[in-house]
Every structure is written in C-alpha cells, then in structure tokens.
Design a protein around this ligand. Structure first.
Ligand code: MN
Length: 253
C-alpha cells in the first residue's frame, strides 16, 4: 500500500561516485512499494549543463524514476545551486514535475514549505549575487544556446570558483540566516519547512506566532550516509541510512 512521502536532496550524483548512484537505485527499489510521492529538493546532480546534454547514466536515472512514477508515485524535482539548468524536458522524462523554489504544499494535512535552501543563506552576499545571475532567464537562455563543449568548460570553471570561494568563507556565512528563515515562514504562512543545501541534517524548532512551534527539517547530503525524510499520517521523520543498512534492508524505509 502506498502510504509514505519521501524527501531527499543533495545527492550530488556524479559519474565519479558510482557508489552513491548504486545506493540511489537501491533506495528507489526499497521505497517503491510504499512511496506515494518523492520530492527531490535540489542538487540531485553535481552538475547540469542542459537537458540536451544528459549522459547515458543520467538517462538511466530518468527511466528508473519514470518506472517509479508508473507504480503510482508522484515525482517532484526542485533546482539546487548545482543543477539549476535542469529543465522541464528532463523532469518530464523522469515522469516528474519541476517545482518552483519555494513551494508550498499539503503534506498529510500540514502546510509545508519546501526549498533547496540556498536562498536562505543571505549572509553569503557573493553567493546571492551569483544566484541572481544564474537564475536569470536571459542568462540561462544564452548559456543553453552555446555548444556543449563550451558549457562543460563553463561548468568546470564555476565549480572551481565555488570551491575556491567556499574554502575562504567562514562556516556560519554558509549556513542559513535566522531572519531569512523567519521571513520565509511568515510569507508562506507555514509552520513546517523542509530544505537541504547546507549538508547539516537536523530538526530545528523555534517559537511561532501561536502555540505551535515552527519546525525546520534540514536534509543531509549522501556522501557518507543517505539522509532522507519520510512523512506519513503519523508525522514527519528525518532519517539516516548507512550503505550497509540499505544493502540489508528489505524494503519499507
Ligand atoms: Mn546546494
């Protein structure tokens, strides 16, 4: 019976890390019997240079997700700061829908706001400038019109720049800004928020307007463990799996 909604983010899937790719396929096999929806909240891929340049292993992922959707699981994708060029075409091939960021939805009767999370890191002024540029439609059209080789070079450049930049930044600058989080709760009128990006998996509770606290679930990346959220009638849980555990588990994650 399909009874769970799953959330994941920051898998940073890349050809150079076949182990994570394998875990992801196993994860999908394990959740397939019970998943009524799967939300992939950005940085699914380490890099994305356009739907027309998808590699064979990326097309395999699309086919696998499409099969999952055929089993009765709704699939939703959101952009991250790595795969912001992922388009509707690829989402469709996954049997999924590309969501705007932020996106407000109903999860088992609770109003929840979903984000990748990078928009909340407002202390990182330089990154926010980069974000505005790369989310600009005209900039994206110009980039996507360039030959694949050029785009590969640009992606490599951006990655090097980002790594060099991040290595000199203070850790707290790269975390969310408390006022940005509060503002997002206010604007969306939600008490629950789910995002990734910071690779700091945790559940944060802060006082809300009324008696209900505001809950912020932060998904983790998939470098050492697989972090995911499972929501159902009983509530929302942030969970962590080791590769060993996933290999042994017989479904129902
Ligand atoms: Mn990110």
């Amino acid at each position: 019976m399909k009874q769970h909604t799953y959330f994941i983010s920051d898998l940073h899937l890349d050809e150079s890390r076949p182990g994570v790719l394998l875990f992801f396929h196993r994860f999908l096999d394990a959740i397939e019997p019970s998943a009524s929806a799967l939300y992939i909240l950005g940085d699914f891929f380490e890099a994305w240079i356009g739907d027309d340049a998808a590699a064979p292993w990326q097309n395999e992922i699309a086919e696998r997700l499409e099969r999952l959707s055929q089993s009765g699981c709704d699939i939703f994708l959101m952009h991250g700061n790595r795969d912001f060029l992922l388009g509707d075409d690829f989402a469709k091939r996954c049997g999924g829908t590309l969501l705007p960021d932020p996106y407000v939805t109903d999860i088992y009767g609770r109003k929840v706001v979903l984000l990748h999370g990078d928009s909340l890191c407002t202390d990182d002024v330089r990154y926010q400038k980069f974000r505005s540029l790369t989310r600009d439609q005209a900039w994206q059209r110009t980039v996507l019109a360039r030959p694949v080789e050029d785009r590969l070079k640009l992606a490599a450049q951006l990655r090097t720049m980002s790594q060099a930049d991040n290595s000199t930044k203070a850790q707290d600058i790269m975390d969310v800004n408390a006022a940005a989080v509060a503002g997002c709760f206010d604007r969306t009128d939600c008490d629950v928020m789910i995002h990734g990006h910071t690779h700091r998996p945790a559940l944060h509770a802060t006082p809300g307007d009324g008696a209900t606290p505001r809950l912020r679930y932060v998904l983790g990346d998939w470098h050492e463990h697989m972090h995911y959220i499972r929501a159902n009638e009983d509530g929302i849980r942030l969970l962590r799996l080791s590769p060993d555990h996933l290999a042994k588990s017989a479904g129902d994650l």
